[in-house]
Design a binder for this molecule. Structure first.
Ligand SMILES: Cc1cc2nc3c(=O)[nH]c(=O)nc-3n(C[C@H](O)[C@H](O)[C@H](O)COP(=O)(O)OP(=O)(O)OC[C@H]3O[C@@H](n4cnc5c(N)ncnc54)[C@H](O)[C@@H]3O)c2cc1C
Length: 434
């Protein structure tokens, strides 16, 4: 009997290890055609507030990640079919040309991504094919949780208590073998990646831009090794600025593009912490990965409300200002508050800043400038190298006091914050003029 043929559509799962869609397809003994589409709407489109949908830092990170995936597949006798355009049209055409049976992919849950996968599914039905979905974005499987999505506790602490001790984190799946992946590309040209310049068409790379991280599964695993070395040498922490404004694991961009899976990260850190007696590292990362899952579950539970002005509570707590000049003062790092301005410069020049910095900058826009939080979230969406719809929008919504379990809105004393977080002024000096 002829082998089945399957397109595996890589999305935000740019890896070979622990890739459920890839593994499911291989388990059928099928011929696998790996595909990645640079979606024209994602690279040349705009956010809700007219910022470039994918800023220069994330575009570079994704470009490197896709190239790494292609290289790794080639080493295993396969290749990655790469195109630029609309996935629902291009994959549909590939499915016709290659006469495949199914398209396998990891399921996305946020609005825009769901609309694309639904459109592809409808197109495939017209030729008797369908999309088969797998999972892979979370630490936990929703099927393993003790409650359905609609009943996920709004409070993270309750969620954690109900899940942490009773739900096992599954083991990551291995990298497929060469035999499982080898396939002939005689009927289709795998194609090359579009250039980085093409992807960022119309955008300027800032004069003082710095690359903090290179994309790809190979670099994610190197970053993990570096994290272990840092932990062994001086108990964790990277970077060269004030301690509180330093990065932690710096895994977020790799997690966002799926260059590493949360399960793999968890199990690698568990093994390391058992071997070298570092329970705090495991505790810290475990807690944050659980938090990340909780935000994703909140996004599933409340759908598009996470993008609305009134958030999940469906009522705005104040009249937000909308004057573009006020926004520009914040976005260009010209508020006159040195710490906030330095954070914004770091963000614009690197596409990254640590968690505390994000909270401070967002808080300033929301509380001090009383500006529409969604424009801030939209600006971060454009800039962040590690942008993830659930993590970004739910964090912003919470800070605006509009999440299902948001605390009271707090006014911060920025002078005091600067004294506490950057006592020697290292961070502010470094980023003030960038
Ligand atoms: C306004 C705002 C916007 C944010 N937008 C994003 C975003 O678009 N993408 C993103 O990955 N994170 C976002 N975060 C969360 C967090 O700031 C980053 O994940 C973190 O700074 C990344 O650094 P790290 O990898 O060193 O994290 P670590 O502290 O080492 O944590 C390990 C991992 O846990 C996850 N994580 C940690 N804290 C959070 C959190 N509060 N929310 C969600 N995940 C978390 C990340 O994947 C991170 O890589 C945002 C936070 C705020 C306040």
């Amino acid at each position: 009997m002829a082998k089945k043929r399957i397109i595996v559509w890589f999305r935000q799962d740019l890896r070979l290890h622990d890739n459920e869609a890839l593994n499911d397809a291989i388990s059928l003994g099928a011929e696998i055609f790996p595909v990645y589409i640079f979606d024209e709407r994602v690279f040349h489109g705009k956010t809700l507030y007219d910022f470039p949908k994918t800023g220069v830092h994330r575009a570079r990170f994704i470009h490197e990640s896709v190239q790494d995936l292609k290289d790794n597949l080639r080493q295993l006798g396969s290749d990655l079919i790469v195109r630029f355009g609309k996935p629902e049209e291009i994959i549909f055409n590939l499915a016709r040309i290659l006469r495949t049976n199914w398209v396998y992919c990891n399921r996305e849950r946020t609005g825009e991504e769901v609309r694309v996968q639904d459109a592809l599914e409808r197109n495939l039905w017209s030729i008797g094919q369908e999309v088969r979905y797998a999972r892979g974005k979370m630490l936990y499987y929703t099927a393993d949780l003790p409650f359905p999505i609609t009943h996920v506790p709004d409070s993270f602490n309750t969620f954690r208590k109900e899940v942490e001790r009773i739900v096992q984190i599954r083991k990551p799946l291995p990298v497929p073998s060469r035999d499982a992946l080898a396939v002939s590309f005689q009927h289709v040209d795998p194609g090359a990646l579009p250039s980085y310049d093409f992807l960022i068409k119309g955008q300027k790379v800032p004069m003082s831009a710095q690359v903090l991280l290179h994309g790809g599964e190979s670099n994610a695993l190197k970053r993990l090794d570096a994290l272990f070395q840092e932990e062994l040498m001086h108990g964790g922490g990277t970077g060269d600025s004030a301690h509180y404004l330093q990065f932690d694991s710096m895994m977020s961009a790799y997690l966002a593009q799926g260059c590493i899976s949360p399960k793999k990260l968890f199990h690698e850190i568990s093994e390391f912490s058992a071997e070298y007696n570092r329970p705090e590292l495991l505790d810290r990362i475990f807690h944050r990965l659980m938090y990340r899952d909780h935000l994703r579950l909140m996004a599933k539970k409340y759908g598009d409300r996470i993008f609305k002005e009134g958030g999940v509570v469906s009522q705005s707590r104040r009249e937000w200002k909308k004057d573009p000049e006020i926004f520009s003062v914040w976005a260009t790092g010209n508020t006159g508050v040195p710490l906030v301005d330095a954070i914004m410069h770091q963000l614009v020049n690197t596409g990254m800043c640590n968690h505390r910095s994000r909270k401070l900058a967002a808080n300033f826009l929301i509380r001090e400038l009383e500006f529409d939080w969604r424009k801030g979230a939209s600006f971060f969406e454009s800039l962040l190298a590690d942008y993830d719809p659930c993590s970004n929008w739910v964090n912003w919504m919470d800070l605006a006091g509009l999440g299902p379990d948001s605390g009271e809105m707090r006014q911060l004393n920025y002078e005091l914050q600067e004294k506490r977080l950057d006592p020697d002024g290292v961070f502010v000096r470094k980023w003030a003029k960038a």
